[in-house]
Design a protein around this ligand. Sequence first.
Ligand code: PMP
Length: 361
Amino acid sequence: MSHRVFNFSAGPATLPEPVLRQAQAELLDWRGMGASVAEISHRSTPFIDIAAQAEADLRQLLAIPDDYAVLFLQGGATQQQALIPLNFAAPGQAADYLVTGHWGQTAIRQAQPYVDARIVASGQAGGFRDVPPRAGWQLSPDAAYLHVTANETIHGVELRERIRADVPVVADFSSSIASEPIDIRDYDVIYAGAQKNLGPSGITVLIARRELLARTGQPRADIFNYASHAARDSMLNTPPTFNWYLLGLCLRWMLDEGGVEAFGARNAARAARLYAAIDGSGGFYRNEVKPAVRSRMNVPFFLHDVALDAEFLRQAGERDLMGLKGHKVVGGMRASLYNALPDAAVDALISFMRDFQQRHG
Ligand code: PMP
């Protein structure tokens, strides 16, 4: 038996154990081919089948309508943050950005060379503990799009209300895609690096209303053109084939587990349990995000005394609780509760937190 810890890493993150086992079993000889998936041409029928199945499964999992294209891309979510203005905005056009944490800021930084990136509202002055109230948003009627971050992986802030705007809404769903049912039609473009809820790093999903792909955008190479990728089924060049295959196994696993309805219920319940444990600790642990916008996927929390941080992590490690160190931007701790994390991991964390408080409180 392999030794497996409870892995709370923010991404690359824990993968479903049945997926790893299947990949392991198939590694040397995929379906009698005598070769690994990693060793065959992306133009071969077996691989084209894997890719087509992954798209069909993602469409089923997220109920993606036919008038939305699905792309499997490289370069991570960050690269999409630069490609989005290149594809959807004219040179010098305005684009609106709602900033609810670190990744909203990154999106602006990547877009700035290509658009007049305007901050609609930012939670920065309040330490990103809340989503700025809708009434104060400065939306530009001439914006190419409005960019939002569905879930801020570092600050633990999640948009819990539907975003309505007169311009197309582009949403970074990297850390909350497939975590609960959503209506794809509430968005015009959704993108997500796979390495949190969908699979391994190295592959990124982009879902876009097809009519938006017809926008002229800005002068750019074919390889930066979403419409070209769509026209070639995301095989404009050699795709990350093994990552695509692993992502496909994860999608199958999620469908088998009951799909986004099942994960939505599970994720809400266990995040609530962890937040209740933090809030009920009498200040020993704290999370300062406004409850209405607390992330279900990434729970940042702080110990009342930073001098205890190292000891907390050490003892957590002894109990096989891994990946709890907070991002350096905010410090403290962070527990990421993605779909593939078992419920038992959350229970073990809560129980450890109680014990640790008893010993050090
Ligand atoms: N957006 C969000 C919300 C993220 O969590 C991350 C990665 N943690 C990124 C963007 C950047 O993703 P990548 O490293 O795939 O470029």
